[in-house]
Design a protein. Structure first.
Length: 153
């Protein structure tokens, strides 16, 4: 199955989970599981929830991760501050990168907003492979971000 077919399948499953959602955290957990199941190249996939002065670990799939990230350095912090998606082909060359697991070599992060446009979380995906993520990944993960907006009503 091609990558876009995989994303269309995953997006459909996530859309249904959001439609049937009774709890945001449970739905985010299912979203992480769907993405993890769909893409074997994803080493870690999960969410960091926006707090007043940090990002807090939310639902994820993969090895243990950093529980709290500051907003002053790292890919997730830069995403939260810019409110824009970031694709990093080699995290070891990214200034201020926070290494929660040394096996991670590339990363994509996407901001998640509520319906009013307020940042609520970051979708973070890591890979052990360098250059794993492309504009196709960005496009579909940003689409998933839009699908998740109603979770924060």
């Amino acid at each position: 199955m091609e990558i876009e077919e995989k994303y269309r399948w995953a997006t459909g499953k996530i859309r249904k989970k959001v439609k049937d959602s009774s709890d945001a955290i449970s739905t985010l957990a299912n979203c992480a599981a769907i993405l993890n199941e769909s893409f074997p190249g994803f080493f870690w996939v999960g969410f960091y929830l926006k707090r007043k002065d940090h990002l807090a670990l939310g639902p994820f799939q993969g090895p243990p991760a950093c529980e709290k990230l500051g907003t002053d350095k790292g890919v997730c912090a830069d995403c939260a501050n810019s409110e824009k998606s970031i694709v990093v082909d080699n995290v070891h060359e990214y200034a201020g990168h926070v290494a929660c697991d040394s096996r991670s070599n590339s990363e994509i992060v996407v901001p998640l907003f509520n319906r009013k446009g307020k940042l609520e979380a970051i979708l973070d995906v890591d890979s052990e492979d360098f250059g794993e993520f492309s504009e196709i990944d960005r496009k579909y993960l940003e689409e998933i971000s839009e699908i998740l907006r109603p979770l924060w009503d």
